[in-house]
Design a protein around this ligand. Structure first.
Ligand SMILES: *Cc1c(COP(=O)(O)O)cnc(C)c1O
Length: 408
């Protein structure tokens, strides 16, 4: 049994081939027309969101953070399943609006918003997550200029950080949000500027697999927000407590205990209902909704033996999938789950490294991993690839064609 495939139960196998969206991989590759490509499975995304709906408090709003995967067809589909979108650039804002999401359900976060982005967000009427006092003043000036009142929330940089997060984005000195201690003064100014205050946004970190740490951070976020709301120029309408739900990528990682997170959230909803019943609680999730629904597929070009080590050379690599090469925030390189997609169970096995066509040793998709013995023409599949794949990769590096993307 392939140890990497053993962790991959999300897709069925037929005739030794992986099936995505009910299509066996070689046939899907024919349909796509060429390799490499990313494939995202609709059913997996739907099932994941159903699970959230059945587990989390019904009044909780679930937003999709488009950054995780901005493929237009996927975003369009997501628009029918979630309560709102979180965007972090003018480009993502366009994608969100094009997908038909009402502006009242879109929020725009991120430091360094340009005047052009602020103008377009204010004209659209989306919720601006202010990342600094300076941005607040620019938003107010642009609102005056356009004769519109910007809807705003303040992104707060809390004093605490999210324990065990793969990527910390709050606590201590950060480029994100406004330090909690400066928020009361900012709120006075915000009222004086006549901005339409809606609430707060707190996002402490991403890729967290510890339910205890997530619950603790969310509890602290709620209490901080309720405290800060005392100084606000209007009632707290929206409280976005971030997300940070992780997915298991590497051997030994365990899936997040969603029911434990949900029971923490049920308690929070009760606290919020008692203290501030008019407030909508929002969770913003990116990778948790899409990462496990996606694979990256490339094709074996040749086998090479060097000093007794097998290298499987493919037409795909780090230029398409930086994260799987270990160069997107990993401290120590670990293998993503990888399999030979047309030899899922049968046939001989070997230890091999899967590499791409780039002239750099960084171009490695799997390092000394046990795999089915692959031949030229076979399909290499990298799992957990539905988030931070194509758009988080240096696709121009070495001048190869970009991968295709399909939603199946
Ligand atoms: C990146 C980001 C997210 C999504 O993070 P995931 O790890 O994909 O869930 C959500 N909110 C903000 C503010 C972000 O910057």
């Amino acid at each position: 049994m392939n140890p990497t495939h053993a962790e991959q139960r999300q897709f069925p196998v037929l005739d030794d081939c992986l099936q995505l969206g009910g299509i066996t991989l070689p046939r899907l590759a024919e349909r796509v027309g060429r390799t490499p490509f990313y494939a995202y499975e609709r059913e997996h995304i739907q099932t994941r969101i159903e699970l959230l709906r059945n587990t989390l408090p019904p009044a909780l709003h679930v937003h999709y953070a488009i950054k995780a995967n901005p493929m237009p067809a996927l975003v369009q589909m997501m628009g029918l399943l979630v309560d709102g979108f979180d965007v972090a650039s003018g480009g993502e804002l366009k994608t969100a609006l094009d997908a038909g999401m009402p502006p009242s359900r879109i929020s725009f976060a991120g430091p360094g918003k340009s005047n052009a982005e602020l103008r377009s967000a204010i004209a659209a009427g989306v919720l601006l997550h202010l990342e600094s006092e300076e941005e607040m003043e620019r938003a107010a000036r642009i609102g005056d200029l356009l004769g519109l009142t910007p809807r705003v929330a303040v992104r707060v940089n809390p004093e605490f950080e999210l324990k065990y997060a793969g990527m910390k984005m709050g606590g201590g000195a950060r480029q994100f949000g406004v330090d909690a201690e400066r928020v009361p003064a900012m709120l006075r100014k915000l009222g004086a500027l006549g901005l339409d205050f809606q609430g707060f946004h707190l996002f402490c970190g991403a890729q967290n697999l510890s339910a205890t740490a997530i619950c603790e951070a969310q509890r602290l976020c709620l209490h901080l927000a309720l405290r800060l709301a005392d100084n606000a120029p209007a009632p707290l309408r929206v409280l976005n407590i971030g997300g940070g739900f992780g997915v298991p990528y590497f051997p030994g990682e365990r899936a997040l205990d969603l029911s434990a997170v949900a029971s923490g959230l049920h308690e929070l909803m009760q606290t919020l209902d008692a203290a501030s019943p008019q407030t909508r609680l929002v969770l913003e999730l990116g990778r948790y909704l899409v990462a496990e629904a996606g694979v990256y597929v490339c094709r074996v070009l040749e086998r090479k033996l060097s000093h007794g080590q097998v290298f499987v050379i493919t037409d795909g690599g780090m230029h398409h999938h930086l994260a799987a090469s270990g160069n997107f925030g990993q401290v120590i390189r670990k293998n993503y789950p990888v399999a030979i997609g047309n030899r899922m169970q049968a046939g001989p096995r070997e230890v091999a490294s899967v590499v791409g066509p780039l002239c750099t040793p960084l171009d490695t998709l799997a390092d000394s991993l046990e795999l089915a013995r692959a031949e030229p023409g076979d399909y290499v599949v990298v799992f957990q690839s539905g988030a931070y794949g194509l758009t988080a990769s240096p696709i121009a590096f070495l001048g190869h064609p970009p991968p295709l993307e399909v939603l199946v």
